[in-house]
Design a protein around this ligand. Structure first.
Ligand code: F6P
Length: 360
């Protein structure tokens, strides 16, 4: 049995842990397991850049962050675009056939899962594994990497809190998450942030500043706002996709936290600072929870391969790890529910979401 394996898209802490579980489980069940590791994600599959690997290569990587295979971004929307006469999809199919693979395991986030589904529909034996710190994959409660990122973002917010208190400052701390606010919401609750701004809950800068002023009057001297990188104002949310993209482009790489900080500096009588947590949220080793989840996903992925159930994705639902067809998840995002329990819990403590409801 010849297994191809690749890690695609932004990395995260538990990629290696997931590959380890997948490979060790297959090894326990298959005598003649051969492993081809593709370098830098789909690029390796396209350009036949791979290494023949041994089971031993996967044994001691449970606690190792990053990915031993390397990763890259190959956007799904460009997969079918022929560039300089190069047909990427045909090239990937060619490599798969040339290497006589029996199956391909893709560890990836949303775009990568769409590409995995496309390859499955093209006739390859593909299974995928749900990776992303953003936890925005539809159909699964959890994606590996999420908890490690929350832990890092939480520590970051807590460290900002101490300096904010010393200097009686207001900090806007930017947290990753792309178009969704799961990391920001969880880290904001875990660190006891004063406000949490999420893409799913457009903020009103006046409501936000009034909430801060009210607390100032009550004697609070410092504030930490957890701001998701995709946070947007009510006015921005009312724009078309095209108009909003233009606004983001006009920021010239300066992220949203700076814009919010500039607006707040004009409305509240405080020194305002920005701090961006950044890629450190994807760095370092996986936390224990991620190692457990990665192991569960990897074992389920191996079961799918052993049972020849291709075109599927292991997912966690409640306390179970099961699997769903890739077609169910491809192309959909899982957003924070603005009326869900997590948001209600934060509101119960008086954490502000930059809306009128936070003022009552
Ligand atoms: O999807 C993971 C993620 O870290 C997002 O939270 C973030 O928006 C993006 O990747 C950053 O991508 P890059 O590593 O390409 O800068």
């Amino acid at each position: 049995m010849r297994l191809g394996i690749l890690t695609s898209g932004g990395d995260c802490q538990a990629l290696n842990a997931t590959m380890r579980a997948l490979v060790l489980t297959l090894h326990k069940n298959i005598d003649d397991l051969e492993i081809i590791g593709f370098i830098d994600g789909y690029k390796g599959l396209m350009y036949e850049n791979y290494k023949v690997m041994k089971v031993e290569d996967f044994k001691d990587i449970l606690n190792m962050g990053g990915t031993i295979l390397g990763s890259s971004r190959c956007p799904f929307k460009k997969m079918r675009v022929i560039e300089n006469g190069f047909d990427k999809v045909e090239a990937m199919k060619r490599t798969y056939k040339k290497l006589e693979l029996d199956c391909l395991a893709v560890l990836g986030g949303n775009g990568s899962l769409k590409s995995a589904n496309m390859l499955y529909e093209e006739g390859l034996h593909v299974i995928a594994l749900p990776k992303t710190i953003d936890n925005d994959t539809w159909g699964t409660d959890y994606t590996f990497g999420f908890q490690s990122a929350i832990d890092i973002a939480t520590t970051y917010l807590e460290q900002i809190q101490t300096t904010a208190r010393s200097h009686s400052r207001l900090f806007v701390v930017e947290i990753m998450g792309h178009k969704v606010g799961h990391i920001c919401l969880h880290a904001g609750i875990a660190a006891g942030a004063d406000a949490i701004l999420l893409p799913e809950m457009p903020y009103d800068i006046d409501a936000l500043s009034r909430a801060i002023q009210k607390k100032q009057k009550e004697g609070q001297r410092s504030f930490v706002i957890a701001c998701a990188e995709g946070a947007l104002s009510k006015d921005e949310a009312a724009l078309s996709k095209k108009q909003y993209k233009r606004i983001v482009k006009a920021r010239e790489g300066k992220s949203v936290a700076y814009e919010i900080a500039d607006k707040l500096a004009k409305l509240v009588d405080m020194e305002v600072r920005v701090s961006c947590c950044g890629h450190v949220q994807r760095g370092g080793n996986p936390c224990a929870y991620d190692k457990v989840m990665a192991t569960r996903f990897g074992v389920e992925g191996a079961r799918l391969i052993l049972n020849q159930q291709f075109g599927r994705l292991p997912v966690s639902k409640g306390t179970e790890v099961t699997s769903i067809p890739l077609t169910e998840t491809a192309g959909q995002l899982k957003y924070v529910d603005p009326n869900g329990e997590y948001v209600q819990t934060a509101r119960a403590l008086g954490i502000c979401f930059g809306d009128e409801m936070s003022e009552s």
